[in-house]
Write a protein that binds this ligand. Structure first.
Ligand code: HEC
Length: 165
């Protein structure tokens, strides 16, 4: 996480630096430096982690997750995911603020290990990924072309961001 933040800060400073360049860019040495500079910005943005705004699950996957949700989660978390007496909502501002800036792997593991509360650790990894895809959709993060992975390593690279960057 810290690494990601540093990368972001670097690229922001980079944008500021960009404005200072034009005067000097005509000088050959400066042009080369400018080229390296631009290349490094491109590199930094490619290296930056994806977020839930990048279309990290598919519609079909969310649909499968929806079915699992209503079988395994809905009785407690509610038909509209709004939660109940002692059960937290899985949509909306409080939920997205809770998870803001954390990797999707954290949410995945939270569900895989502790939910359903009355039968913890009974979802397969694929089912967990499908349910998480459904939660992403329910929170209005966009679908994409590639399914949300079920392995931890790639899930660690996807960040939950409550607000659109
Ligand atoms: C028997 C009731 C029950 C069932 C079934 C259940 N949950 Fe929960 N869930 C809870 C309660 C109560 C909490 C809060 C207390 C806790 O975490 O132990 C919770 C917490 C959570 C949280 C953490 C929310 C937050 O923002 O901190 C998530 C995510 C979650 N549940 C997802 C699911 C999913 C997905 C399913 C279905 C696979 C599921 N739950 C099934 C009762 C349930």
């Amino acid at each position: 996480m810290n690494q990601t933040r540093t990368q972001e800060r670097d690229s922001h400073e980079g944008h500021k630096g960009l404005k200072a360049i034009p005067g000097g860019a005509a000088h050959p040495v400066c042009s080369v430096a400018f080229g390296v500079f631009v290349a490094s910005i491109v590199f930094v943005s490619l290296a930056a982690a994806a977020s839930v705004w990048d279309g990290v699950y598919t519609e079909a996957q969310a649909k499968r997750g929806e079915a699992i949700y209503y079988q395994r989660c809905g009785a407690c978390h509610g038909p509209d995911l709004e939660g109940g007496d002692m059960t937290p909502a899985l949509v909306g501002g409080v939920f997205t603020a809770n998870w803001n800036d954390l990797p999707v792997s954290d949410l995945f593991e939270r569900i895989r290990i502790t939910m359903p509360l009355d039968q913890p650790s009974t979802l397969a990894r694929a089912q967990t990924a499908d349910v998480v895809a459904f939660l992403l959709k329910a929170n209005k993060w966009p679908a994409g072309e590639v399914e949300l992975p079920r392995e931890l390593e790639p899930l660690k690279e996807i960040r939950i961001q409550a607000l659109k960057p």
